[in-house]
Design a protein around this ligand. Structure first.
Ligand code: BES
Ligand code: ZN
Ligand code: ZN
Length: 495
């Protein structure tokens, strides 16, 4: 639970109080905070440089057990991300110190170069995101998340500011949910199980959930999706979650790649790093979690989430390279490579979304290509859209949440790289160069004139080490969830 408080610093009884300390300025005007800031800086090992930390025990004139002074660097360089990281580090420290709550000092409005509401939101986000431990598979639960996060402000907070903190909490708890799904091992999230996890999490006011099973998918002719799942002992599912407020004038469709494990199929992947392929359902996790956040944030427009869930396995019944399948759209696809499976399930889910919901805007999220990781590295997602306004809005929203999305090109003349002699299109480009682009171009052949963007999240999906406000493991969900939440829930021009 996160709350803003104006409690007196002399009277606050807390086990751990966290104070941001700037290297080249004092960003606090309250004398109690100024004194602690000064005491920390007297110590030789501490100057307020970013990530430096020092603990003052029972600081004078307060009832606090300890004050964690955390360096945030030079004043001019303080931005949302610096504050997010500061708050994340404080929460992690408080958890390590076996605390149940933390009180964080929010710098005053006129002490920062970013707007105060943004600073409060960033601190709330960093603190909430860091307050999560995935220990389901450990017998010994060493750490417990905090029960309460208090943001200490000097002035009485407005209702709008309180709402910002609540909103951050809603988005961050959806992000935790998505991360847990991604971190769950594939033996515990085969399509039917993952569909159940999504549906039970989405039993919320305002959401309608339905699941298409294998028989229904066959009847409706999801030929490309079924081709991927036919090699697995675990049948596919298509989960649909919709949110439709009264008088909604626009519809946004979110489609997430849900490959619960990607072996590559008959084009089997090499064994090194294969265990990572449990993350290949991150797009679906991000979409399902976004729908949970949507039910709580209640945007004005209709939002539908579609999650095609399959397992990509090699077996006697698996599709072969060279096979030709008929997709939901009616177009035939030659399977040049069974490892290019994400695009196959996405084109069927997207064509179905267009037919059923006629969305004004459709966004898909997918761990689609290794090429995107090669091109943009592990912290940046690629955004592909013929609609520049939409691509820019996604990039801008990613910038606000520090989930960088880089606009990528969709060159018409690369489409010839996807030509097939026998079918309408091949799922395997004739060159490996520009693999993230050709994958996006493949998808673009199935969206008609729908306003659409594709976000390739293969890079930022996972971080073995974790960061200041993320635990080790799944990360993308954040990327997916926050970026799409921003689009779905903030008044940005993408809506
Ligand atoms: N799931 C992978 C992409 C991936 C790679 C995700 C690394 C996360 C980290 C995807 O299904 C895949 O295998 N793509 C192929 C496409 C190729 C065969 C055209 C790839 O990127 O090599
Ligand atoms: Zn693959
Ligand atoms: Zn894949």
């Amino acid at each position: 639970m996160i709350k803003l408080t104006t409690v007196s610093l002399q009277r606050a009884r807390v086990g751990i109080f966290a104070l941001p300390v700037c290297e080249d300025a004092d960003i606090h005007s309250n004398p109690v905070l100024q004194r602690m800031d000064g005491q920390a800086k007297v110590l030789d090992e501490f100057s307020g440089k970013a990530k430096q930390e020092v603990v003052l025990y029972t600081p004078e004139g307060t009832l606090m057990k300890r004050c964690l002074c955390s360096g945030i660097g030079k004043k001019a360089a303080i931005d949302d991300e610096v504050l997010r990281c500061f708050a994340g580090r404080c929460v992690k420290k408080a958890i390590a110190a076996k605390q149940q709550k933390v009180m964080i000092a929010v710098p005053e409005a006129d002490m920062l170069s970013i707007p105060w509401d943004r600073a409060v939101a960033a601190i709330a986000e960093g603190a909430c995101l860091a307050n999560h431990i995935f220990d389901k598979y450990k017998a010994e639960k060493k750490k417990k998340p905090l029960k309460e996060i208090l943001l200490r402000v000097d002035k009485k907070p407005t209702k709008a500011l309180q709402n910002l903190a609540q909103k951050a909490e809603i988005i961050c708890s959806a992000t935790h949910q998505a991360r847990e799904w991604v971190s769950t091992p594939s033996n515990d999230k085969v399509p039917a199980r993952l569909a159940r996890m999504f549906t039970s999490a989405a039993k919320l006011p305002g959401l309608r959930v339905s699941v298409l099973d294998e028989a229904q998918l066959k009847k409706k002719k999801f030929g490309a999706l079924l081709a991927v799942s036919v090699g697995s002992a675990h049948p596919p599912k298509l989960v649909e979650i919709s949110y439709a407020p009264k008088n909604a004038r626009k519809t946004i469709a979110l489609v997430g790649k849900g490959v619960t494990f990607d072996t590559g199929g008959i084009n089997l992947k090499p064994s090194s790093g294969l265990d990572l392929m449990k993350i290949d359902m991150s797009g679906a996790a991000a979409v399902a979690a976004t729908m949970i956040a949507v039910s709580r944030l209640k945007p004005k427009y209709r939002v539908v989430g579609l999650m095609p869930l399959v397992e990509n396995m090699p077996s006697g019944s698996a599709i072969r390279p060279g096979d030709i399948v008929r997709s939901f759209s009616g177009k035939t696809v030659e399977i040049g490579n069974t490892d290019a499976e994400g695009r196959l399930i996405l084109i069927d889910a997207m064509a179905y979304a267009i037919k059923k919901y006629k969305p004004d805007t459709m966004i898909d999220l997918a761990t689609l290509t290794g090429a995107c990781v090669v091109g943009l590295g592990s912290k940046i997602a690629g955004v592909f859209s013929a609609d520049k306004t939409l691509a820019d809005a996604i990039a801008a929203s990613g910038e606000r949440t520090h989930e960088c999305c880089w606009p990528m090109p969709l060159p018409e003349d690369y489409k010839e790289l996807l030509k097939s002699e026998l079918a309408d299109i091949s799922n395997m480009p004739s060159t490996r160069y520009g693999g993230a682009i050709t994958a996006a171009l493949f998808l673009s052949e199935f969206i008609g004139d729908t306003r659409w963007a594709h976000i390739d999240i293969a890079g930022p999906v996972f971080d073995k080490k974790g960061s200041d406000y993320c635990g080790p493991g799944a990360l993308d969900s954040e990327c997916g969830c926050c970026a799409t939440c921003s689009i779905a829930c903030r008044d940005c021009n993408a809506a």
